[in-house]
Design a binder for this molecule. Structure first.
Ligand SMILES: [Zn+2]
Length: 265
């Protein structure tokens, strides 16, 4: 983590602030984002498990291969991590972190190479459409999440901390495949970002560049996290397109994985 951000985090941890709801994100809590603002449930669709019992969905309309990448390997672009699926090993760190080029990056955090290239194309496309966005969080390592989470627990207790901060090893940001966006507006890490022109544009076009909205409205009981319209997960263009086409909005539902509303004690 960048020294600037780390010092910011430590400063924030030392003060008493209102509880925030940045399930997977929560690196810059001084911005006091609002909590649960999901007011328009995302469209839902159900997929039948495959007949072979693998749990992978069948795709009758295309040749999409739902077993093309591992869901368990932390280095897989399809890894699914949530409150019941910690990264294995829990202190996993990617080996292909790079800085996205030509993209404003508030805390100079890297991404895995394929995600970085995809962010570059996404942000360039946004700019062409008159949408100005910047990165406000990307890769965070295990040690950073330990410091963040332990600080929140010390301040608010574990029950409260679990409502807004991912436990170490459970944060998607540790995969290096996640980016949080902002538009320099008033909805920094806040639910209202989804209603801004930038949030609307990103939700509509992210899939073209391989990203999904990982924590959509109305899916808290599946993902374990409140809506985070700023949090985009790279999964590659094939899966993003397939999810878009199928109408299935969460990785858990798409791959037939159990819902993960809470941690297993
Ligand atoms: Zn995030």
């Amino acid at each position: 983590m960048a020294p600037r951000q780390f010092s910011t985090v430590l400063a924030v941890l030392s003060i008493s602030a209102a509880a925030i709801a940045l399930a997977g994100c929560a690196p810059e809590p001084e911005r006091s984002p609002q909590t649960d603002t999901g007011d328009s449930p995302a469209p839902t669709a159900s997929r039948e498990p495959s007949a072979d019992g693998s749990g992978a969905p069948e795709s009758a309309a295309s040749e999409f291969d739902a077993s093309a990448h591992s869901l368990d390997d932390p280095a897989s672009i399809w890894v699914v991590t949530n409150k019941t699926r910690p990264l294995q090993p829990i202190d996993f760190a990617p080996d292909d972190l790079v800085m996205p080029a030509g993209v404003e990056n508030e805390f100079a955090q890297p991404l895995r190479e394929p995600a970085a290239r995809a962010v570059e194309s996404l942000v360039a496309a946004a700019a062409s459409a008159g949408i100005d966005v910047r990165i406000i969080s990307a890769y965070r390592d295990y040690a950073t999440q330990v410091a963040l989470y332990d600080g929140y627990v010390s301040r608010d207790g574990a029950d409260a901390a679990d409502t807004y901060s991912a436990r170490p090893g459970h944060s998607e940001h540790q995969t290096g495949l996640v980016v949080d966006f902002d538009d320099h507006g008033e909805c920094y890490l806040a639910g209202c970002f989804g209603d801004t022109p930038a949030g609307v544009w990103l939700a509509e076009h992210a899939a073209e560049h391989g990203f999904i909205v990982r924590y959509p409205d109305g899916k808290q009981d599946v993902t374990g996290f409140m809506p985070e319209p700023w949090h985009f997960r790279y999964v590659g263009t094939e899966l993003a397109a397939e999810m878009r086409e199928s109408g299935v909005t969460t990785l858990e539902e798409f791959f037939g994985l159990p819902s993960a509303p809470r941690y297993v004690p």
